[in-house]
Design a protein around this ligand. Structure first.
Ligand SMILES: Nc1nc2c(ncn2[C@@H]2O[C@H](COP(=O)(O)OP(=O)(O)O)[C@@H](O)[C@H]2O)c(=O)[nH]1
Ligand SMILES: [Mg+2]
Length: 316
């Protein structure tokens, strides 16, 4: 199928074409760039929700319930799950899996797990492009699930408009370990598994940390309780998401959109420049030469980069 035709089918929201398009962007080929270029003018309409937090806190289970609530409200939903620890299969129980299958046949729901193999251009790039596909395909709500560990949480903050951080009770140490990055980026905090002990303690802990972190921000992140297994607390969570969406629209949307576009442009420039320079260097074996010099302490990486760039600019 031609890329133009595929793009057309994606815009029509056709499920098989969306799946195919995401496979193409996963490979980041020339075709992928063409596809993104074709659909890009049709993006920017969806509300993108990032859901992150420790593995096992119940993110995937919660997402299933969020999808249902949004479907009840007549919204279309797309999900990209970037979670190597638990693929989006609907939990361990047969009942969960059957419920997930129901969602899978809904033509207005699209769920995709992305394996975390080494994508060309990185998993962040692949995720961002997959979100664009779903956006162009007319999904009102796009949810991106990532495990909150290290780099991915910074990435999710760049991709999503509303970031939800999901904890489970009894993760005290874990909260301590990952708090720095994750407390900064969350707009809504959820203590899931509220059917367990120590829920209220977890809520208090999180609120205490937020007070240290968010003193001057005009959006005060709420801390909610949910039971993803039953859906308890999910309508309240959706209300908060909608509230945050209104907040963004009213005050900071323009500024944010500009910043987001700026970041994307900067990253695109970085990626392109790197491709062009690396290709030439590798052809000539210069990359290895510099690497050796750095290892021998004959030159530092920053000076090496300056020299490389100087040479490239002169040769043009
Ligand atoms: N007791 C209880 N278990 C839950 C709840 N939500 C999820 N779980 C279970 O926690 C486990 C991990 O859930 P999952 O959604 O895969 O977590 P993820 O790794 O954060 O995506 C599964 O066995 C779920 O059935 C909840 O609200 N209460
Ligand atoms: Mg998961």
């Amino acid at each position: 199928m031609k890329i133009e035709e595929l793009a057309k089918n994606v815009l029509a929201g056709e499920k098989r074409s969306i799946a195919k398009a995401i496979t193409i962007i996963e490979n980041n080929s020339r075709e992928a760039r063409k596809l993104i270029a074709a659909i890009y003018p049709h993006t920017g309409k969806a509300h993108i929700i990032g859901i992150t937090g420790p593995g096992g806190s119940g993110k995937s289970t919660l997402i299933e319930k969020i999808i249902r609530e949004y479907r009840r409200r007549g919204k279309t939903v797309g999900v990209i799950a970037v979670d190597p620890t638990s693929p989006f299969t609907g939990g361990a129980f047969l009942g969960d899996r059957i419920r997930m299958q129901e969602l899978a046949v809904d033509k207005d729901v699209f769920i995709r797990s992305m394996a975390t193999r080494n994508y060309l251009g990185g998993i962040a790039r692949a995720t961002r492009d997959a979100v664009k596909i779903l956006d162009a395909a007319g999904k009102d709500i796009i949810i991106v699930e990532t495990v909150g560990a290290g780099q991915s949480e910074v990435e999710i903050a760049k991709i999503a408009q509303t970031v939800i951080v999901v904890f489970a009770p009894g993760l005290g140490d874990e909260i301590q370990a990952i708090k720095a990055g994750i407390m900064e980026i969350g707009h809504i905090f959820v203590v899931n598994k509220a059917d367990r002990e120590n829920v209220n303690k977890a809520v208090i802990d999180i609120k205490a940390m937020l007070q240290l972190n968010n003193k001057e921000k005009s959006w005060k992140p709420p801390v909610l309780k949910t039971i993803a297994l039953t859906g308890d607390g999910v309508p309240q969570l959706i209300e908060k998401i909608e509230e945050h969406k209104r907040y963004l629209k009213s005050r900071e949307e323009r500024k944010r959109m500009r910043e987001k576009a700026e970041k994307e442009l900067l990253e695109a420039i970085k990626e392109k420049t790197l491709d062009i320079i690396l290709e030439e260097m590798k052809e000539k074996g210069e990359f290895e030469e510099y690497l050796e010099k750095i290892l021998k302490r004959e030159i530092d990486p920053m000076t090496a980069a300056e020299k490389i760039l100087e040479k490239k600019l002169r040769s043009n």
